[in-house]
Design a protein around this ligand. Structure first.
Ligand SMILES: Cc1cc2nc3c(=O)[nH]c(=O)nc-3n(C[C@H](O)[C@H](O)[C@H](O)COP(=O)(O)O)c2cc1C
Length: 160
């Protein structure tokens, strides 16, 4: 290997992504984590994936729950994204939530909500690859996405 982890991270950060929050659990125990490893996998069956750091204190919960919800964040969600990326900061207390039919609530005013059943957990080095089967989707035609690029949050440039 001719590069160190920092260089690798910097190179990967050149790939711009959206930002999502994955929620799991119920009632007072519901928790969330900010992720940008979310991606689509398959249309039929409808599968998506995200990757979870094995070192995360949330690792056991998120790799064992039966259902989880993925909220695709809008540009107004930056503060929420920062909060749910803090080590040990898992609780959704005080955040406006959107109820779902198949498990944990999502974040209100998300661009899309994907209600998932855990389909598989694969080995991915120091991360686990969590595959979800999408049971229900809701989405919004409007709204600008929250973006992440080179370690910083951003937004799409205004048209015109
Ligand atoms: C924009 C952004 C994207 C992130 N994406 C991921 C991810 O895809 N997977 C992951 O495990 N952690 C990701 N993290 C880190 C987690 O949100 C969190 O900081 C980490 O799990 C540490 O907290 P914990 O040990 O209490 O779980 C991301 C953080 C940020 C700010």
């Amino acid at each position: 290997m001719s590069f160190d982890t920092r260089t690798f991270r910097n190179a990967l950060g050149c790939f711009p992504t959206g930002v999502a929050v994955v929620t799991a659990g119920a009632g007072n125990a519901v928790m969330g984590i900010t992720v940008n490893s979310f991606t689509s996998v398959s249309l039929d069956p409808p599968l998506v994936l995200w990757c979870m750091d094995r070192k995360s204190s949330r690792y056991r919960t998120f790799t064992t729950v039966k259902n989880f919800t993925i909220s695709i964040l809008g540009s107004a969600h930056q503060t929420v994204s920062v909060r749910l990326a803090k080590p040990g900061e898992h609780k959704l207390d005080g955040l406006p939530l959107a109820p779902t039919e198949n498990g944990p609530p999502g974040l209100a005013d998300s661009l899309a909500l994907l209600e998932c059943a855990r389909e598989a957990v694969h080995d991915g080095g120091d991360h686990a690859i969590i595959v979800g089967r999408v049971l229900r989707v809701t989405w919004d035609k409007t709204g600008a996405p929250l973006l992440f690029f080179r370690g910083r949050y951003g937004a799409l440039a205004e048209e015109g």
